[in-house]
Write a protein that binds this ligand. Structure first.
Ligand code: GTP
Ligand code: ZN
Ligand code: ZN
Ligand code: ZN
Length: 730
């Protein structure tokens, strides 16, 4: 279920069959019917709240004696299997005739016992039958469709597209070589030692994986060893953890050591958790799942995204001074920079995330906390989507799935951590734990969502939808509605003296007249005739709710379909990304896209033109008091700004640093890798926005996003890397 496409009707099906009917004691035989019921109930209990329940078939439960070929229920099993096969939604679907020869040839290969085959071989099989030969592109389509049907495994991504596993069950064989129980270990040679190390540390060297495959029963894998390692990484069975302190991670083929999360069996035997509880130096949040059980594979994947983003924390045993990693089956700890750590625990249906400062929780940098929260939430959403793809991607593009978890905040209450929904936090007032009848100070927990100019806009699409559903308002206008509901004042905007909007407002002529007038007066003409840059658009869309922006985009020539496609594509990113891409695509489509065009549309939508003034000027926020750590972050920003020779990129988080104390040298030299690496932890879900401020072109941005999908931190690192490389050559 984890690796295949699932359908609404509950396909693929898993049919349960009980065996050893002949061994059931005589007494039970008298009440055989109730015995069967009991088994059914037991299975029901186990999977009651499992996401895959629809796919399980155990009522009525088949119960056979497999040593007796005449058992009538074996016949029944055969019939049931046939029936399910024909019921499969894709059974009977028509297939291009041209596919048949290749399909037959592959079936024959499987029957011969071949499990895996190179794309080259497939091409040569294909060219044998000249009259029906498929083009290269057709072969790929053929393979992708066969993959979606579950007939073979073909991953059309870098490193993996050269081979095809034509017998999908072969994957289990490969998994079994690494993920295995002690009772099945080969007893001789180096093998048991390698497996023991995985169980103790969770790590395995690439060379040791290859060595495992020299066992007689796995020898057949060796021929494809590099492909198989890449495949296992692609499926998140093994993980390439972060090893360097560079911005870019090493190419996968050079990684020499992997983490196998599902093999970590050791539980936390350190004092780590008590320590940070006593020191009062952490802030806690949690992802609380609606389902009662978090599938282990989900927490493995989450661990996977943690260790690719940050370094696993090491600690030294005091007795033997041996370095050890803080990775247990129930606790993962990674280091963020020099003074922060993230600890992740899975407790029941919660994934609990603690951000720990080495000294005091007051020193936790808010932008770091919120950025970490954003990176982790995006990763979590991506992982959950992976588990809940109940239908083909192309069919679900317009529907939104409900978020499978809530974000909670945690506080050390009476005996343990108590949790509450993040919406319950109120400025300047404690949170009352009704269970323990205790008031808790929780204001500091706002750090998880800090430095947001407009918190609602920054929520991801899921959260917004959830909110709007709760408040029973239309999703496209929820932001406006929310603002009114909470009586939020319109942000005051002081216009520039050359304000485009101003002049238009005062005259109130139609836009055509306005334009003429503007030309005559020479007022804002240049501005009006200009085509807005990405940066202008970025600032413009930030002023609108997604709903308003949708109207704007459609007025500017985007089709509803295109908007919805973008909405789907950007569902895990902040709405500003979606809005920007939509409006930008209007600009690309139109031949004469100018500020003037926007003014006209704003007028039509009865929106204030003053919005444009804000777009053209820069944000300037009042100075605040910063802690030493925060100042360091700001200084780092300033170094970047100095190099980009324009107002600080810190507009992203709307803070204005003071640079007077920074030596000229520091400002003029290229920022160091370490500095950029530190900064990357403060971007959170604004990576695309950052890229635009740093002048990366949109193709590059798209490539970065495609490559790193839900790994925001990796996106940010790559953006900074590319920028730093190109700016140091100037
Ligand atoms: N008496 C009795 N023995 C059975 C029955 N089903 C299986 N066995 C025996 O149980 C043993 C294990 O059967 P397998 O079919 O190898 O079990 P398996 O679960 O497929 O094992 P793996 O292939 O290792 O995963 C064999 O000795 C079978 O003869 C049954 O219904 N009654
Ligand atoms: Zn409590
Ligand atoms: Zn807002
Ligand atoms: Zn104005």
């Amino acid at each position: 279920l984890t690796f295949c496409k699932r359908s609404k009707e509950g396909f693929p099906k898993i049919i349960f069959v009980a065996t050893h009917k002949d061994m059931v004691s005589l007494i039970s035989k008298f009440s055989f019917k109730s015995y069967r019921r009991k088994l059914e109930d037991k299975i029901q209990k186990i999977f009651e709240s499992h996401a895959g329940l629809k796919h399980l078939e155990f009522k009525p439960l088949l119960f056979i004696n497999s040593t007796n070929p005449k058992d009538p229920e074996i016949k029944e099993l055969q019939q049931r299997l046939m029936k399910r096969a024909t019921e499969h939604p894709r059974w009977g679907e028509e297939m291009p005739t041209a596919w048949i020869p290749l399909d037959l040839q592959l079936t024959m290969k499987v029957e011969e016992g071949t499990n895996i085959i190179s794309l080259e071989q497939i091409k040569s099989l294909n060219s044998k039958k000249k009259s029906m030969a498929l083009s290269e592109k057709q072969i790929v389509t053929f393979l992708e469709v066969q993959h979606s049907l579950g007939k073979l495994l073909y991953f059309n991504v870098e490193n993996l597209r050269d081979y095809v596993i034509i017998s999908p069950a072969y994957l289990v064989e490969v998994l079994r070589s690494i993920v295995t129980e002690k009772q099945f270990w080969c007893k001789s040679g180096r093998f048991p030692r390698i497996l023991k190390i995985i169980q103790e540390t969770g790590f395995i060297d690439r060379e040791d994986i290859y060595h495992l495959w020299t066992q007689k029963e796995f020898m057949h894998i060796l021929k494809y060893k590099e492909y198989m390692v890449d495949l296992l990484v692609h499926l998140d069975v093994i993980i390439a953890p972060r090893t360097s302190f560079e911005l870019s991670s090493r190419p996968l083929r050079d990684v020499s050591r992997f983490l196998v999360p599902c093999m970590i069996t050791r539980t936390n035997d350190t004092k780590y958790l008590e320590k940070f509880r006593n020191y009062n130096n952490s802030i806690v949040m949690a992802y609380k799942f609606i389902e009662e059980i978090i599938p282990p594979a989900l927490s493995y994947r989450f661990l996977g995204s943690l260790v690719t983003m940050w370094h696993v924390k090491q600690y030294a045993f005091t007795e033997n001074k041996r370095e050890n990693t803080l990775l247990f089956s129930d606790l993962y700890v990674v280091e963020v920079g020099n003074s922060h750590e993230i600890a992740v625990q899975v407790k029941g249906n919660r994934v609990v995330v603690s951000l720990v400062h080495t000294v005091n929780k007051k020193n936790i940098i808010p932008t770091l906390a919120s950025s970490i929260q954003e990176c982790l939430t995006t990763a979590m959403l991506g992982i959950c989507q992976f588990y809940s793809t109940l239908s083909d991607a192309q069919n679900s593009s317009s529907k939104h799935q409900a978020m499978p978890f809530e974000i909670e905040l945690g506080v050390f209450c009476k005996s343990d951590i108590c949790f509450f929904h993040h919406n319950e936090i109120r400025p300047n007032s404690p949170w009352f734990c009704s269970q323990h009848r205790k008031k808790n100070e929780v204001g500091y927990l706002q750090a998880w969502f800090s430095e947001k100019l407009q918190p609602l806009c920054k929520l991801n699409t899921y959260e917004q939808l959830n909110l709007s559903e709760k408040l029973d308002i239309d999703k496209h206008d929820h932001l406006q509605a929310l603002m009114m509901k909470f009586n939020a004042p319109e942000p005051s905007d002081k216009c520039l003296s050359t304000c485009i909007g101003n002049s238009i407002d005062k005259t109130g002529f139609t836009s055509l007249f306005m334009r003429a007038l503007a030309v005559i007066r020479g007022l804002g003409r240049m501005a009006l005739e200009r085509c807005p840059s990405d940066k202008h658009l970025r600032r413009l869309v930030a002023e609108f709710s997604p709903g308003k922006c949708r109207e704007l985009a459609i007025e500017l020539g985007l089709s509803v379909n295109e908007w919805e496609n973008f909405e789907y594509q950007f569902q895990f990113q902040i709405p500003d990304d979606l809005k920007l891409v939509a409006i930008r695509s209007c600009r690309e489509k139109s031949r004469n896209f100018t500020f003037h065009m926007i003014v006209r549309v704003l007028e039509k939508l009865e929106l204030s033109h003053h919005l444009l003034c804000k777009v053209i000027k820069n944000n300037n926020t009042t100075k605040q008091m910063y802690t030493k750590d925060e100042l360091q972050v700001l200084t780092n920003w300033e170094v970047i700004s100095a190099r980009t020779k324009r107002p600080p990129a810190v507009v992203l988080r709307d803070v204005k640093p003071d640079v007077s104390g920074i030596p000229e040298d520091t400002l003029n030299n290229p920022p160091s890798n370490k500095l950029l690496l530190d900064l990357s932890n403060h971007i959170g879900n604004s990576s695309m926005q950052l890229a635009i401020e740093l002048d990366l072109d949109s193709t590059t941005i798209q490539q970065i996003q495609y490559k790193n999908k839900t790994k925001l931190l990796e996106q940010t690192k790559e953006i900074l890397q590319i920028w730093s490389y190109s700016s140091s050559r100037i």
